[in-house]
Design a protein around this ligand. Structure first.
Ligand SMILES: Cc1cc2nc3c(=O)[nH]c(=O)nc-3n(C[C@H](O)[C@H](O)[C@H](O)COP(=O)(O)OP(=O)(O)OC[C@H]3O[C@@H](n4cnc5c(N)ncnc54)[C@H](O)[C@@H]3O)c2cc1C
Length: 399
């Protein structure tokens, strides 16, 4: 049997696990990351990629006027410039800004809605040719505002986060990976077996549970059913058609959440898709695929009638968003969820946007507890495979 000691063992290769892998390695810790499926995560690769600014949890948060703690877009921009918490200079920015548009009949509401943000410059009205092409049409009579949010390409983010740490990342199957714990919920060892290979026992000083929805099973492995997580199912819609205009925008509706959110993403075949969320996706959880596509077509016809979607191919994705249970996610939208349980650190980022906050919280916890690097990074590779890198759903569905 091979026995290894490591400062950190991370479960999960979505944004939470990969971000922490980078931050912990940069802080001098030895780290191994185990992924049971594909790298890039489940939620992460299927996210819109919006790095929310003052809005944090979207328009709902803005309506409650939650003040900023950290300016997430600024932290991400620094990383992308190579001067931030991490070097993300390989990340492709799809849009420097996200827009909000309102229809003419809601224009007065939009002005009231943005009043304080307009003064501080977080939101700025845009007219004429400064508007995105899809909202620069004689038929459009509403208003358009520009936000500080940026939109990033997730596959390039995942490549950037794994590029320097490939030798720390391994594929495991849940059946062959067993956690050994003590009666205080400390993970004392992780035992990995694989057919035809020497068994491996890893003794981690600390463990990070960054499995997204898989955290429930990991918590059970350490003998806990709490903290509970909440799944919120959303029904996203994708459409693909040559020459779709580039658009990254929310449509302000009559309720707290955006009526429609659109982000545009490049596909592997060099074309582009629109990824539709917002209320359409939140309220579409109960609709089947056909009904959801019809609803999306009606929304596009009503909100952007001049955009030609004739002949577009539509697909949908039902996916769970994972948040800590209760209202915590919405009450504290400016923080990722981090909780120490014995030598385990349980994490739910709540938003891709909050990855820098997650990293900072975990490092602050280590500092506070006086946790320092103890072990060298294993010199020899483990006899385990490197996981496959996942793809966004549109590259799978539109082949
Ligand atoms: C449709 C959609 C759109 C979104 N858009 C945005 C957006 O625009 N902006 C934003 O800020 N946020 C957005 N989010 C939220 C954001 O995507 C998530 O908060 C974030 O990606 C969660 O990351 P994660 O690493 O916790 O989980 P995941 O990305 O799901 O990764 C968890 C990983 O852990 C692995 N795993 C699980 N259990 C184990 C185990 N036992 N051993 C090893 N590996 C394990 C899984 O296989 C998976 O790869 C969106 C979410 C959805 C669903």
């Amino acid at each position: 049997m091979r026995t290894i000691k490591t400062d950190f063992l991370i479960f999960g290769g979505g944004i939470a696990g990969l971000w922490l892998l980078n931050r912990l390695r940069a802080a001098g810790f030895s780290v191994l990351l185990l992924e049971q499926d594909r790298l890039g995560g489940h939620e992460t690769l299927n996210a819109n990629g919006i790095i929310h600014g003052g809005l944090k949890f979207g328009l709902a948060a803005m309506l409650r006027d939650i003040e900023d703690l950290d300016d997430m877009p600024a932290l991400w921009r620094a990383c992308i410039a190579g001067t931030g918490d991490l070097d993300l200079s390989g990340v492709r920015v799809l849009a420097e800004h996200q827009y909000i548009w309102s229809e003419a009949n809601l224009a007065a509401r939009a002005t009231t809605f943005f009043a304080s943000r307009l003064i501080t410059g977080q939101v700025r009205p845009v007219d004429g040719a400064d508007r995105p092409a899809a909202l620069h049409n004689p038929g459009f009579e509403g208003r358009v505002y520009r936000l500080s949010d940026l939109v990033i390409d997730i596959p390039s983010l995942v490549s950037s986060l794994i590029s320097k740490h490939k030798s720390c990342i391994y594929k495991v199957s849940p059946q062959n990976c067993h956690l050994e714990t003590d009666d205080r919920h400390n993970t004392t060892a992780v035992f990995i077996t694989a057919a035809g290979l020497e068994p491996i026992r890893i003794h981690p000083t600390n463990v990070v549970l960054a499995g997204g929805q898989g955290n429930a099973a990991l918590l059970e492995d350490i003998g806990l059913r709490e903290p509970a997580m909440e799944r919120r199912t959303v029904h996203m819609v994708m459409l693909k058609r040559p020459n779709l205009p580039m658009l990254h925008a929310h449509c302000l509706g009559a309720s707290r959440n955006p009526r429609l959110t659109i982000t545009a993403h490049p596909t592997r075949d060099g074309e582009m898709i629109w990824y539709l969320g917002g209320e359409l996706a939140d309220e579409g959880a109960g609709r089947d695929e056909r009904m959801q596509i019809e609803k999306a077509q009606r929304e596009l016809k009503e909100l952007l009638p001049w955009v030609d979607i004739r002949g577009a191919r539509f697909k949908t994705l039902k996916i769970d968003r994972i948040l800590p249970a209760g209202d915590r996610g919405l009450l504290r939208p400016d923080n990722a969820y981090v909780q120490a349980i014995g030598n385990n650190i349980l994490t739910w980022p709540c938003k891709l946007t909050l990855a820098p906050n997650l990293g900072r919280q975990v490092l602050a916890h280590l500092e506070k507890e006086g946790i320092k690097p103890e072990h060298e990074q294993p010199a020899e590779a483990l006899p385990l495979l490197f996981p496959e890198i996942g793809q966004p759903i549109w590259d799978i569905l539109f082949t």
